[in-house]
Design a binder for this molecule. Structure first.
Ligand code: ADP
Length: 619
């Protein structure tokens, strides 16, 4: 066969131009693409060999080799896969045999290839990514029973075909690297790129290096496997040791500890996939500074790594989970966007979510100590699910732990236990959110409930005050913040006092312009006054926190509630009745308000005035 020059098809021409010009920062993916093509070719011949042993030609020692030649500036990737005949090579590497190419072009123009390097692999145009790093690509290939053929191109306009010498079945792709891509001759770069993209490929990837024999001074080729080749999630559970799981977990999570839980299963039925998931015990290093709200599971389709940033593979509130999902039901040759919209992904997510929540529930039941550690580290993330995963909010709520007035500091209870211990006739789950236990456990808001023997959950995680109110109820029991909203019984019980205090209350309201209302309450036992927000307002300590973070917080309109049984309140009311103009009435009223502000966890806006008032009274 003489050398023959052929033109690329037009669309391919455009494609090559696009790839070589817009993917500079992601060009390392060329290696993944070539390795994954080689692995596919091996899978194909292995499969065909099942029915036709002759095709194997006695060579089934599957291997993908990489060899760098520094002098020639070439990188060669070879495999003993199925190989290509002359016709196949023209079809596969010279035309647009793939229906995907047109879509790819449309898509790439639409979204900008720079932002979507994954498009390349998923549209079946991976081979051409070699032109990102090479100015000349040679493919020598031999299929069973066919003569070897050589394809060569500079990636513009045309390619040539000629005969080649190659005895064994398979494909050898040699890239002549561009000047600015010589880093891919470097052993370390090759190793780390393979590790990153192809580590768990089922077939061995070997690096061929030259080594000089010290004595004979003869250079010899040395082969070294550089991928770990352990698709551990594909192996049966019973054959995998804890050490192996641990090692794999460490590899993908960069956590140095053992995982708290390992979840390994095959889903079968409507959708088939394999999942190997880990729940860490402690926050891995990257999570401490990485605020990415997305979950990052590694998605493999037929053992080929597709990506780890699919929005709908796992909900963000489970982002502490690390692991791998491998599905052979998902199509390999589609764009990232199309894959993202694939309904299978939703099914996988639902299945994974259920499984993870179940595992956590079980951990809480059987290993509470371990669960507590997990909770301490990850509950703030988990709680986001109360807002984002309507379907599972009750299951998430079941997993939450809280301090409580019925428990010593540091001890935890949960909603289920709370409900079980509810006092007779108690209808609501009572809670108080605050900065820390010490600051709220003696809060005036708790006085009445303590006296009535009712337990109050103490929520001291800053996120609680944002998410817990939105839960509204747990298993039919309404949630009620004890520092917000009206007390139902007040109206009934305080009829007489309300009349008696009418005049003074009116005075106080006028004096304290910032409060929404002044009224009497049965909420208090030992304290004189308290500020109460409306049912859906932010807690004062959260407002305080937001102010500290430089956020604008609107002036709060709270209700000042007074305890008509308290001696100070009684006294000031008596003074007011005796002489409305008595200046001490004003000072005392302001002091009642001041102490209510302090007790609520907020800051007094006029501390100097407060000190002056206090001193005036002390004197
Ligand atoms: P994809 O692999 O996604 O189909 P590529 O552009 O990477 O797209 O490759 C085009 C086709 O060329 C492949 O489908 C395959 O048929 C063929 N091919 C590529 N690399 C090899 C190889 N190493 N051995 C055999 N065939 C190959």
């Amino acid at each position: 066969m003489a050398e023959e020059t052929m033109q690329f098809k037009t669309e391919l021409e455009q494609l090559l131009h696009l790839i070589t010009h817009s993917l500079y920062s992601h060009r390392e993916v060329f290696l993944r693409e070539l390795i994954s093509n080689a692995a596919d070719a091996i899978d194909k011949v292995r499969f065909e060999g099942l029915n036709n042993e002759a095709i194997l030609e006695g060579d089934s020692d599957w291997k993908i080799s990489i060899k760098a030649d520094e002098a020639a500036k070439t990188l060669t990737i070879s495999d003993n896969g199925i190989g290509m005949s002359r016709d196949q090579i023209i079809e596969n590497l010279g035309t647009i045999a793939h229906s995907g190419t047109k879509q790819f072009l449309a898509r790439a123009k639409e979204t900008g290839l720079e932002n979507n390097p994954e498009l390349i692999g998923q549209f079946g145009v991976g081979f051409y990514s070699s032109f990102m790093v090479a100015d000349d690509v040679t493919v020598v290939s031999k299929a069973h029973g066919e003569p070897a053929v050589k394809w060569e191109s500079k990636g513009v306009g045309e390619f040539t075909l000629s005969e080649a010498d190659k005895e064994k079945r398979g494909t050898e792709i040699t890239l002549h690297l561009k000047d600015d891509a010589e880093e891919y001759l470097d052993e370390w770069t090759i190793r780390s790129t393979v590790k990153k993209f192809s580590d768990f490929l089922e077939h061995p990837v070997v690096l061929i290096t030259k080594e000089k024999d010290e004595e004979t001074e003869i250079e010899e080729e040395k082969e070294e496997q550089i991928n770990s080749q352990k698709a551990i999630w594909l192996r049966p559970k019973s054959e995998i040791t804890d050490e192996e799981y641990g090692e794999f977990y460490k590899h993908i999570s960069h956590d140095t500890n053992h995982p708290a839980e390992t979840i390994h299963y095959n889903a079968e039925g409507a959708i088939e996939f394999k999942a190997l998931l880990f729940i860490p015990e402690h926050k891995p290093f990257d999570m401490m500074w990485n605020n990415d709200p997305k979950a990052h599971l590694n998605l493999y389709v037929q053992r080929v790594f597709i990506g780890n940033d699919f929005d709908n593979l796992l909900p963000g509130y489970l982002r502490f989970v690390k692991g791998v999902v491998d599905s052979s039901d998902l199509p390999l040759n589609v764009s990232r966007e199309i894959l993202q919209e694939n309904p299978m992904l939703d099914k996988i997510r639902k299945n994974l979510t259920t499984r993870i929540l179940k595992t956590l529930a079980n951990m809480k039941k059987t290993d509470f100590d371990e669960f507590k550690i997990f909770h301490e580290n990850f509950s703030a993330i988990l709680k986001e699910g109360l807002q984002t995963d309507w379907e599972n909010r009750e299951k998430i709520a079941e997993l939450l732990l809280f301090e409580s007035t019925a428990k010593a500091a540091g001890e935890k209870t949960c909603f289920d236990d709370y409900v079980e211990n509810m006092a007779e006739g108690q209808e609501e789950i009572l809670y108080l959110a605050g900065e820390n236990r010490a600051s709220i456990e003696n809060s005036p808001y708790l006085e009445k409930f303590k006296a009535d023997g009712k337990e109050v959950l103490l929520m001291i995680d800053p996120i609680d005050d944002f998410v817990i109110p939105q839960l509204f109820e747990f298993k039919g029991k309404k949630l009620k913040a004890v520092n917000k909203g009206d007390l139902e019984e007040d109206k009934e019980k305080l009829k007489d006092e309300v009349k008696e205090f009418e005049g003074y209350i009116g005075f106080a309201k006028k004096l304290l312009g910032s409060v929404k209302e002044v009224k009497l309450t049965t909420r208090l036992k030992d304290s004189a006054a308290v500020l109460v927000g409306d049912e859906y307002s932010m807690s004062p300590h959260i407002e305080e926190m937001m102010r500290r973070m430089g956020q604008e917080v609107p002036e709060r309109e709270a209700v000042l509630e007074l305890n008509p049984e308290h001696p100070v309140v009684k006294k000031v009311q008596a003074m007011f009745t005796a002489d409305e103009k008595d200046p001490k009435v004003e000072t005392l009223t302001r002091l009642l308000h001041d102490q209510a502000v302090i007790a609520s966890g907020a800051k007094i806006s006029d501390p100097a005035g407060f000190a002056a008032r206090l001193n005036e009274m002390l004197v």
